[in-house]
Design a binder for this molecule. Structure first.
Ligand SMILES: Nc1ncnc2c1ncn2[C@@H]1O[C@H](COP(=O)(O)OP(=O)(O)OP(=O)(O)O)[C@@H](O)[C@H]1O
Ligand SMILES: [Mg+2]
Length: 489
């Protein structure tokens, strides 16, 4: 074989002659190379040559040693001989690609064993060189492999950065307003402040409260959720703060109370606007001095509980009409996180859609389906009255039921817009709102009836939270009971 032939078989990309200045020359010392070669002479001369070229180099004489070393030490590049005793180069390659997928690998193969070199490329090697080769040629392959690695590392750093930017503890969003929310959440790390979260149903109030809890020193302590509105007014104080035996008729034994259950952790008081005035006084006292008093007990109890509250009501209005104490409102309103409805932050819809497609595909062990152009445009333009919860439910259902690998408009099964005829009829009989409310009331009663009054189950079937169900039952005066009948409820 002539010298020219040697070079030609040595390099797959003969276009890149040895005279081409390879990129990244000045930063070679940032890269670690591992040489795996069982022939001593060859191994030593490669090490010397690579060191001279400015790389950090280590070498081992067997496949087993290479596999062991790369488990504790990630190399940028491994150059490995294909034919070695015991463990051969292909096996080494498989191990490295599994343990350190971003490590680039170049295999050395003897003339006449090109098949195994091609096999190595299929298994993820960057390139191969055929022995014997000229030094400048192998250096040039190395330069290119490392440049590729540098670029793909940079891309994956960027991707990671993007992911982190648009997501915090499961809270996803990239609209300007959600980016501000994510920033506040990050700033709140390790804080102890009381936080007020506001927003319509399904905008993520509880999710945000959980994110704050998970990012605090309390993360391994309880996160207790209470829907204040669902506590009957007469029992509210004793449910929240506990009572001692005999303090009122029915207090047959001591009761711990929800505050005490949250000791050390975070208490999420949902629907805070529904708390009775007497409980408001107790809550204010707790926020001021960290003490609670059980009903019928004079002794104060010191508690370490962080309080986060939420409401979808306008508390400013409630303070004006006297149903909510002003001093408590000011105390709660120190850090306020407002989550606007999804229709006012449409920029979040694509990232949320993507996020839910991935979450539910992973759950089902499916490859994430694509979404057709029309379906994307429908998702983007739909008003999402149930906010993120509704979007999440629609995506979950579509991912579960889709046949094939693309979600279409039909798979989304969104409520079709009302026809103009429907609207005419409704506006004649009390307006569209009344008609929709009537329909909503019927649907809720129907669902409760099907679940024999089990509110958790009914809410889940309706795709709303139990809080929302409770709110709607109150609004439509649906009285809780175990058997529901559309006529007489
Ligand atoms: N920004 C978001 N990123 C990811 N998931 C979200 C986001 N916002 C809401 N969700 C999801 O939507 C669903 C509803 O959120 P959540 O229960 O926190 O809403 P809510 O405001 O408390 O609603 P409600 O007032 O009805 O109780 C949850 O499954 C939640 O994980
Ligand atoms: Mg909620």
């Amino acid at each position: 074989m002539t010298g020219g032939e040697k070079i030609a078989t040595c390099l797959r990309f003969s276009l890149f002659g040895r005279g081409d200045a390879a990129p990244g020359g000045s930063s070679r010392n940032m890269f670690n190379i591992l040489v795996v070669e069982d022939q001593k002479n060859m191994r030593e001369s490669l090490v010397i040559a690579f060191k001279r070229a400015g790389y950090h180099v280590e070498s081992v004489e067997s496949g087993e040693m290479a596999v062991k070393l790369q488990k504790t030490h990630a190399f940028d590049l491994v150059i490995v001989d294909l034919k070695m005793e015991a463990m051969d180069g292909l096996e080494v390659l498989s191990h490295i690609k599994r343990d350190n997928p971003s490590t680039e690998i170049i295999v050395m193969t003897a003339f006449g064993t090109i098949d195994s070199a091609i096999m190595a490329m299929r298994k993820g090697a960057y390139d191969y060189v055929t022995k014997p080769f000229q030094l400048p040629d192998i250096l040039s392959v190395i330069e290119r492999a490392l440049e590729k690695k540098r670029l793909s590392d940079k891309a994956s750093d960027l991707q990671k950065e993007c992911k982190e930017k648009y997501k915090f503890e499961g809270v996803v969003g990239n609209s300007p307003v959600m980016m501000r929310v994510l920033n506040i959440l990050m700033e709140l790390t390790n804080s102890e402040s009381t936080v007020l979260v506001t927003g319509e149903s399904g905008t993520g109030k509880e999710l945000v409260a959980r994110a704050i809890h998970s990012n605090s020193r309390r993360s391994d302590k309880p996160f207790v959720v209470v829907n204040c509105g669902a506590l009957p007014e007469s029992l509210q104080e004793s449910e929240l703060f506990g009572h001692v035996m005999g303090s009122f008729t029915g207090a047959v034994k001591d009761k711990k109370g929800i505050f005490l259950e949250a000791q050390g952790g975070t208490l999420f008081l949902d629907e805070i606007g529904e708390v009775s005035l007497s409980s408001q006084v107790k809550l204010l006292r707790f926020l001021q001095n960290g003490e609670i008093r059980r009903v019928g007990d004079n002794k104060p109890i010191n508690l370490d509980v962080r309080v986060i509250v939420a409401t979808n009501k306008d508390l400013d209005v409630a303070t004006k009409n006297g149903s909510f104490r002003k001093d408590l409102f000011y105390r709660l309103n120190v850090i306020r996180i407002h989550l606007p409805p999804l229709r006012e932050r449409k920029e979040d819809i694509p990232v949320l859609t993507n996020y839910f497609v991935n979450v539910y595909s992973n759950k089902l062990g499916k490859k994430p389906p694509e979404i057709s152009g029309e379906a994307i445009s429908l998702i983007q333009n739909y008003p999402w009255p149930g906010n993120v919860r509704e979007l999440e439910n629609v995506i979950e259902r579509s991912v579960t039921l889709v046949r094939g690998d693309k979600i279409t408009v039909a798979d989304l099964a969104l409520q079709s817009p009302l026809s103009t005829d429907d609207m005419d009829i409704m506006s004649e009989t009390g307006g569209i709102r009344a008609a929709l409310a009537l329909q909503e009331r019927k649907t809720i009663i129907e669902s409760l009836r099907r679940c024999a009054g089990n509110r958790k189950q009914a809410a889940s079937n309706l795709g709303i939270s139990t809080t929302t169900l409770w709110r709607k039952m109150k609004e439509y005066q649906i009285i809780p009971k175990t058997s529901y009948n559309t006529e007489n409820t």
